[in-house]
Write a protein that binds this ligand. Structure first.
Ligand code: PLP
Length: 463
């Protein structure tokens, strides 16, 4: 159906300019659709009308297969904290490449890198490497179950911990505040039996967590939580929430597991350092791989010793052909050595500037929207309400029509690469001038979209 009116003009104009700029991406996508379902191999990189195919990256910048350049504020979903092809990391990885990628044996780089991470993250006395954050959270949960002899993990409604079955429960939060919160399997192909081992509680709600623990603690092994809900919308914890979780875990004798796969970048010791709360175990990934696939999980020595194969029958099996491979180990080490507190403070303050700048643009445009987050991690939400639980975020995202999609495409048209849910993160090669450019692009994008908003979502504009 051809729509008329200014909103339709805006939509048609954004899509037309997107197609005009990216013919090679479109052609590539047509080929891709024949061999990859939907033309893609990862749900988060898929968006319509077809994704932009990036070809090369250097520092904070990407170039697509049509030669367009973008400031990268996605950085492979927060993992490339030093941007693309950082020379020092490339050099170390290339050097290792010439000496062998993985030997099917124990190796010195594993020990050195484990030591570095243990020195940084307070909760981690011993750790193990995996190839993804998904495996890290899976093994961390397994360790908690084995250690306590109990099966149930309490997760946050709307929390994301990777692609494994056991956390494919309430990945989307319940938007209706008045509805009783119930665990539900999310995603086809996930067995309903996972519900026997997972319970849910809302983010930032200590009362609800206490109710769950009081009733079920004899069956509960652990609570798993992201210190800041990232895929839930970059919603930081309320003051006292993480401390309260620690106290409740102690009171009811269950383990507290932090998923710091995304938040580790916020301080040299992760977000647990910022809030001064030490969990029993921590999962990490993304930035610690220096641009290569990785995950790691660790915690108290008594818990981690369960993985010691010398324990014979009591051992928790943990395998993985590429666990601790040399390339990832040396690249990860180079990345983390360069991600010291000074580098982190710098990108956090660039992120703060981006957030404040976007919020000031929204205010000047009389738009009920806000950028949320902490330091180098940010996300736009199309509401000016306070967002506390992840159900609040989900509710705010309902009925937005095509606004998020058009905003994302127009940012691409204006040279900004971010996630389709308008999540931004800052890499160390990013400069102050890049933030100026990002803010100018956000302002121009909003200007383009204002008639669309006035016509289709007038409630988003202040009277
Ligand atoms: C909080 C969190 N945990 C776990 C994962 C899974 O990590 P991976 O994609 O490396 O499996 C992600 C991925 O985005 C994540 O955001």
């Amino acid at each position: 159906m051809i729509r008329t009116g200014r909103a339709a003009d805006v939509e048609n104009d954004i899509l037309a300019r997107y197609r005009e700029r990216t013919p090679n991406s479109q052609a590539q996508h047509e080929l891709a659709r024949r061999v990859l379902p939907g033309g893609d191999t990862r749900i988060s990189t898929h968006y319509g009308p077809y994704p932009t195919y990036m070809a090369t990256g250097e520092g904070a910048w990407l170039t697509d297969c049509d030669g367009n350049r973008y400031l990268d504020l996605l950085n492979n979903y927060t993992s490339l904290v030093h941007g693309h092809a950082p020379p020092a990391i490339v050099e170390d990885a290339a050097d290792q490449l010439t000496q062998g990628t993985v030997f099917g044996s124990a190796s010195k780089p594993q020990v050195e890198f484990a030591k570095l991470l243990i020195e940084r993250v307070a909760s981690v006395e011993m750790l193990r490497f995996t190839n993804s954050g998904t495996e890290a959270t899976m093994m961390m949960m397994r360790a908690a179950r084995a250690f306590t002899g109990r099966d149930v993990i309490v997760k946050i409604d709307g929390g994301y911990h990777g692609a494994q079955d056991l956390v494919k429960v309430n990945v989307s939060a319940e938007p209706d505040r008045n509805k009783k919160l119930e665990a539900r399997v999310e995603g086809r192909g996930v067995p309903s039996s996972v519900l026997d081992t997972v319970m849910v509680a809302p983010f930032n709600d200590l009362n609800a967590m206490e109710t769950t623990l009081a009733e079920h603690h004899r069956r509960i092994a652990a609570i798993i939580v992201e210190p800041m809900a990232n895929s839930g919308g970059m919603i930081p914890p309320l003051p006292g929430y993480l401390r309260g979780l620690r106290d409740l875990a102690d009171q009811y004798d269950v383990l507290l597991l932090f998923d710091e796969v995304v938040t580790l970048r916020l301080s040299s010791g992760g977000m647990q350092e910022i809030y001064g709360v030490v969990p029993d175990m921590t999962a990490m990934a993304k930035v610690i791989g220096g641009g290569f696939p990785i995950g790691a999980f660790g915690g108290k020595a008594a818990i981690m010793e369960q993985f010691n194969p010398d324990r014979a029958s009591e051992v928790i099996q943990h395998s993985g052909t590429f666990n601790g491979n040399n390339i990832t180990m040396v690249a990860g080490m180079a990345a983390m050595q360069r991600l010291d507190q000074a580098a982190i403070d710098r990108i956090n303050s660039l992120g703060d500037r981006l957030q404040a700048g976007i919020n000031s643009i929204f205010r000047s445009a009389s738009l009920r929207a806000r950028c949320h987050g902490y330091g180098s991690l940010q996300q736009i939400q199309w509401t000016d309400e306070d967002l506390i639980s992840l159900g609040d975020v989900r509710r705010a995202n309902q009925d937005l029509g095509k606004l998020p999609q058009l905003f994302h495409l127009e940012l691409l048209n204006r040279g900004i690469h971010c996630s389709p849910r308008t999540m931004f993160n800052i890499s160390t090669p990013t400069q102050e001038a890049d933030i100026d450019q990002a803010l100018a692009s956000v302002e121009a994008t909003l200007h383009t979209l204002k008639p669309y908003v006035s016509e289709t979502l007038p409630g988003l504009l202040l009277a």
